[in-house]
Design a protein around this ligand. Structure first.
Ligand code: F6P
Length: 558
């Protein structure tokens, strides 16, 4: 298949979903069922839990505790068909330019395609290229892990610092934490992203540069935060090792931009490439995962890719009514667009997945936080939800109060694993008991009668009632492994795709990050400039803040 033979037919994607009969039928149905409670749904249907679940790629989804009926699901699936989710899914996997505003293919799925797959993009066999890069990464990762890659002074590498931000940080940082039980524990892995100097300073403070490898990860290699941190890291290293030549043994780059890598001073022989058809937030399974591969080793990295691939295959071939990403995407549409619930919580019952919500914030919100459709017209409906969350049990003792009894309804994903990565006494059973208990409490609450029957005095009864009817998915894997992590990430990638397709937006651009970058560059110059040298176009608030900053800023050189 030649990818550039296929292009997105805009006419397929320009019918606003809210003008379709399927959407209108969904909203009419919502008006009828919106007050039905989960208690009522479960009481009237003992088979509900055994019917409303699906599994794929080793993950099990229980979606019975959602405020949906069989009819709701039928209507949601009709919306997905009206939006041509299946056709667009084929187009994405084939390499059509579905990233319309940047005129690019969207082919993160090719990063985990088996070696014997065939896919050409602009006349290039991209599967061959993908595997060449993975093999180079593997050879390098092994050398580092085995102590064969020596630093400038001849010492083996013990510390790896990944410098990157957004998609060049969150994926490897999340996965290195998630898979720490599979990692080379004698090595230290750090991730520096923030331009706040504390980040790089703290990451390097206790390290010996002679034993440290810095991976500068940036798709564009123009990102201010990353280049600033990389320069500071280089200064730290060169000043301590006393020779510019040390950079070649201690710095490697991951990027699509060889020219800028060379300009920065990293030999492109020490660069691992990827391609413009990999979006930053979809890149953790590309060379952007180099730090992760060094941590867990090439075999486990390949297992993770197999997990991604298993979910890709599930997404491609499973009928929509049993297709995990489709179901999760549709549930999000139901809550955001029919009920108007604005946020979505991701609550992993897994300490290792503590960074997963932050990873999903970029994946979901940078992808689907859009208000303009593919044809440039404005949407008249809600798009991507506000995603948030932390490790579940910690949340229970912090914000779950609002989730149980507050006035906002927050649909949730509770994620857990049947087996722990390490057995520690009865910790795992307690952890999972909490997950199951919370899902039950969210759905069914505690009625007034139950509170009264428990002997609570009348003035306190209302405060102790739990209305319930708080919807949640439970996502269960057998164990957190490289493979199941890959499947989990791909599940959310494809969920995002399903939703973006229904909303008719471009899930693969990120123009919304540009304005702030331009203004910050201008203001950075002004902060260091002479008193009156301010751009006339600043509003009075920004101008006053800059003046106040300049007046009070104490610089080390006086
Ligand atoms: O500013 C947003 C963004 O472009 C993200 O989309 C991207 O993941 C991140 O910055 C980092 O970009 P780069 O990898 O080019 O440094």
């Amino acid at each position: 298949m030649r990818a550039n033979e296929t292009t997105t037919t805009r006419s397929d994607t320009t019918t606003p979903i809210d003008t379709t009969p399927e959407w209108k039928a969904l909203l009419a149905h919502h008006r009828k069922v919106k007050d039905t409670t989960l208690r009522e749904l479960f009481d009237s249907d003992p088979e509900r839990a055994s019917r409303m679940n699906a599994d794929g790629a080793g993950l099990f989804l229980d979606y019975s505790k959602h405020r949906v009926t069989d009819e709701t699901l039928r209507l949601l699936l009709a919306v997905a068909r009206a939006a041509k989710v299946e056709e667009r899914r084929e187009a994405m996997f084939r390499g059509a330019h579905i990233n319309v505003t940047e005129d690019r293919a969207v082919l993160h799925t090719a990063l985990r395609a088996p070696q014997d797959d065939e896919l050409e993009v602009d006349g290039v066999d991209i599967i061959r290229e993908v595997h060449e890069v993975i093999d180079r990464m593997a050879a390098f990762a092994l050398k580092v892990r085995l102590g064969e890659w020596k630093g400038f002074t001849g010492k083996p590498i013990k510390n790896v610092i990944n410098i990157g931000i957004g998609g060049s940080d969150l994926g490897p940082a999340m996965a290195t934490e998630a898979l720490k039980h599979y990692a080379e524990r004698s090595m230290r892995f750090r991730f520096v992203s923030n331009v706040d100097g504390t980040d790089i300073r703290d990451a390097t403070l206790d390290l010996d540069p002679a034993e440290t490898l810095v991976i500068v990860s940036s798709k564009t290699f123009t990102t201010l935060e990353t280049l600033t941190n990389a320069r500071t890291a280089r200064d730290w290293l060169v000043s301590q090792l006393g020779d510019d030549a040390a950079v070649a043994r201690h710095f490697v780059a991951v990027s699509t931009n060889a020219e800028k890598v060379a300009e920065f001073g990293i030999d492109t022989a020490n660069m691992f490439g990827f391609w413009d058809w990999v979006g930053g937030r979809y890149s953790m399974d590309s060379a952007i995962g180099l730090s992760l591969m060094i941590a867990i080793g090439p075999d486990d990295f390949r297992d993770m890719l197999a997990g991604f691939r298993a979910m890709d295959e599930h997404f491609l071939s499973t009928p929509m009514d049993r297709n995990l990403p489709v179901l999760m995407g549709l549930l999000g549409i139901w809550y955001g667009d029919a009920f108007g619930f604005e946020t979505h919580a991701v609550l992993p019952y897994s300490q290792e997945l503590s960074r997963f919500p932050a990873y999903l914030q970029q994946l979901e919100m940078e992808s689907n936080g859009k208000s303009v459709r593919l044809d440039g017209t404005r949407v008249d409906y809600h798009t991507g939800a506000i995603v948030w969350g932390t490790a579940g049990t910690n949340g229970q003792h912090a914000y779950y109060q609002l989730l149980h009894q507050g006035t906002h309804i927050v649909p949730m994903d509770l994620i857990g694993f049947v087996n722990p990565t390490t057995e520690v006494g009865d910790h795992h059973d307690l952890l999972m008991a909490n997950l199951f208990a919370q899902a039950e409490a969210f759905a069914f609450g505690k009625t007034r009668d139950e509170v009264v029957a428990a002997g609570v005095p009348e003035p306190q009864v209302n405060a102790r009632v739990f209305e319930g009817n708080r919807p949640s998915s439970v996502i269960l894997g057998d164990k957190l492994t490289p493979r199941s992590l890959g499947s989990l990430v791909a599940l959310y990638e494809h969920k995002v795709f399903v939703q973006g397709t229904i909303w008719g937006i471009d899930s693969f651009d990120q123009w919304g990050v540009e304005l702030g970058k331009v203004l910050a560059t201008r203001i950075a110059g002004e902060l260091a400039a002479a008193e009156e040298d301010l751009a006339p176009q600043h509003d009075s608030s920004t101008a006053a803040l800059i003046r106040r900053y300049r007046a009070r800023r104490v610089r080390p050189d006086g």
